[in-house]
Design a protein around this ligand. Structure first.
Ligand code: SF4
Ligand code: SF4
Length: 56
């Protein structure tokens, strides 16, 4: 399963954290993902205004 990684410039808007249904994005640092909680849904990637999140 692919999970999101931050590869570009993150502005810290926290939209990824707010969009994540499982609490896996962040929750303190938007560049971090709690792998065990991630469902691989890609919602955090879709909402990122900087397109800096990529599923890998
Ligand atoms: S892929 Fe889905 S479950 Fe995983 S961090 Fe992003 S929004 Fe959360
Ligand atoms: S949505 Fe994108 S720019 Fe905003 S905090 Fe998350 S990774 Fe950073």
């Amino acid at each position: 399963m692919k999970i999101p990684v931050v590869e570009g410039t993150c502005s810290g808007c926290c939209r990824c954290i707010m969009s994540c249904p499982t609490g896996a994005a962040g929750p303190i640092n938007p560049k971090k993902v709690i792998v065990e909680k991630c469902a691989g849904c890609g919602k955090c990637v879709q909402v990122c205004p900087n397109n800096c999140r990529v599923m890998r």
